[in-house]
Design a protein around this ligand. Structure first.
Ligand SMILES: Nc1ncnc2c1ncn2[C@@H]1O[C@H](COP(=O)(O)OP(=O)(O)OP(=O)(O)O)[C@@H](O)[C@H]1O
Ligand SMILES: [Mg+2]
Length: 337
């Protein structure tokens, strides 16, 4: 039987609002046919729980720097798909991935690119909503998300953003129950069987339950802020289109070097907003070119948004006695370059 839309809706309602936990399980167990994701169907109730995307982001074209994180993602996420035979030959255990690092440094962007590079559907559950809204049904919602992803026709990447919010160490009982359910689902989730690959992300990894972070469950990868060379790369990515349209009225290479030198500790997101704010000036003045002075004006008021993150991170790691995490964070603590 091909699962029709009304039946799907019924199952979702049972899973999220109702008491039909066992019914949901049974329907999925007996339903050998897989179904297509509701990517374009905005009316589908599944969209209240999960967002589907086919991101058009590429490692080299769209992401500046982050060489180590890209390499790690290739090794642990992309090659297991593109070199499947070798991974099977060596009986490689495939873990899930947890990306950690300061805000705005590219954790979500990298995950989208990794999904795109190996043709995985990018699925992100609305965990904030689930935690807030589905009182008493949260664990069922988590279970349903996994069951739904496993039932899809195509391989997928299941992305849990801001993991610390629902896997909080010593969290209240309702968070503990979500955390337990997630751990159970993740442990039973063998991505070699066509199950989704799980990627988590957190800018407050010290708050994530250490049991969730243990190496057998998640391979932790750090996403560090860009250094001088990487900032220049990011700025180039953000400005190249305008440069090719001859809309930059100064020496382009000098501009990139100068901006990269004047933005220590800026995240990729800070650099993006520097470029976007600078573009506002010619638009406001009805000019068709961007000048170096536009960037100077913005830089007079723009500051790095991640400096305070480091002091919080160091304090918190000491409080929770997270020595390894502290060591990792110190590797990319505020730079002079
Ligand atoms: N290395 C990079 N190259 C190009 N753009 C970047 C890079 N890092 C960040 N950006 C820009 O910053 C934006 C925010 O990045 P992203 O959402 O991936 O950050 P994040 O690490 O997930 O942050 P958060 O912890 O707040 O979720 C991106 O959409 C992109 O425009
Ligand atoms: Mg993010």
């Amino acid at each position: 039987m091909r699962m029709g839309r009304s039946l799907t809706n019924y199952v979702i309602n049972q899973a999220v609002y109702g008491v039909g936990k066992s019914l949901v399980k049974e329907i999925f167990k007996n339903n050998t046919e897989r179904h297509l994701p509701a990517v374009k169907d905005n009316d589908s109730p599944i969209n209240n729980l999960i967002k589907f995307e086919r991101p058009e982001v590429y490692f080299d074209r769209d992401i500046g720097g982050l060489r180590d994180a890209k390499e790690e993602l290739k090794k642990h996420l992309i090659y297991p798909r593109t070199k499947q035979d070798l991974y099977l030959l060596f009986e490689k255990q495939l873990g899930n991935i947890l990306l950690i690092g300061p805000p705005g440094c590219g954790k979500t962007l990298l995950t989208k690119a990794a999904a795109n590079e190996c043709g995985l559907l990018f699925i992100s559950p609305h965990m904030g909503d689930i935690v807030k809204r589905y009182l008493g049904e949260r664990e069922k919602a988590v279970q349903f998300i996994f069951e739904y992803c496993r039932s899809l026709y195509e391989p997928s990447l299941l992305f849990f953003d801001e993991m610390h919010q629902f896997t909080l160490r010593n969290g209240p009982p309702y968070i503990q129950r979500i955390n337990d359910e997630l751990q159970m689902q993740i442990d039973g989730n063998d991505s070699r069987k066509g199950y989704p690959i799980v990627v988590g992300s957190s800018r407050k990894p010290w708050l994530v339950d250490p049991a969730m972070r243990r190496p057998g469950r998640f391979k932790t990868i750090s996403v560090s802020p860009p250094n001088l060379y990487e900032r220049k790369q990011i700025l180039r990515i953000k400005l190249n289109n305008l440069f090719y349209k001859s809309m930059i009225e100064c020496d382009y290479e000098n501009l990139l070097t100068d901006l990269a030198e004047r933005t220590p500790n800026f995240s990729g997101d800070d650099l993006t907003s520097l470029v976007e704010d600078a573009k506002d000036i010619p638009i406001y003045e009805a000019r068709r070119v961007l000048k170096k002075e536009d960037f100077d004006k913005v830089l007079k008021i723009k500051r790095s948004s991640i400096i305070s993150w480091f002091s919080e991170a160091i304090r918190a790691c000491r409080r929770y006695d997270e020595k390894d995490l502290l060591e990792e964070i110190m590797k990319f603590s505020p730079r002079q370059t």
